[in-house]
Design a protein around this ligand. Structure first.
Ligand code: THU
Length: 130
């Protein structure tokens, strides 16, 4: 299964009754295995989680901590880019050169690297010596 297929399939399981905006995310990890996640909203709105966070949690739960490629898909008029918090979460496990493919269900795609999405990221250099 391709990364796009995995993101498209998991998007169907999104729990998004409040926004009606289903998102699917798939990550190719260092081993080549694909992990996927969808957004999971909550009636207490801030408790909802993004698709990317779900995919990252699945990857880490399986014992992997390196991500090599990301695909995010939604039914939107233009490719959906990860929110600020998810950019930071992705940068925890992915290098600057990692491609993030942003897709729409009608077939649009835009590719940016993690470094382009989160320039000047807060990283381990900033907490040296602790
Ligand atoms: N959302 C994601 O899951 N990923 C993104 O990259 C953008 C936004 C979700 C959060 C919320 O459940 C819904 O989309 C509307 O913001």
């Amino acid at each position: 299964m391709s990364l796009k297929q995995a993101a498209t399939a998991v998007r169907e399981n999104a729990h998004a009754p409040y926004s009606n905006f289903k998102v699917g995310a798939a990550i190719r990890a260092g081993s080549g295995t694909i992990y996927s996640g969808c957004n999971v909203e909550n009636v207490a709105y801030p408790e909802g989680t993004c698709a990317e966070a779900g995919a990252i949690a699945a990857m880490v739960a399986a014992g992997e901590t390196e991500l090599d490629e990301v695909y995010v898909i939604a039914d939107a008029p233009m490719p959906v880019s990860p929110c600020g918090g998810c950019r930071q979460k992705l940068a925890e496990f992915g290098a600057d050169h990692v491609p993030v493919i942003m897709g729409t269900v009608d077939g649009q795609e835009q590719v940016m690297t993690l470094g382009e999405l989160l320039p000047g990221a807060f990283n381990t250099d900033h907490i040296q010596g602790r």
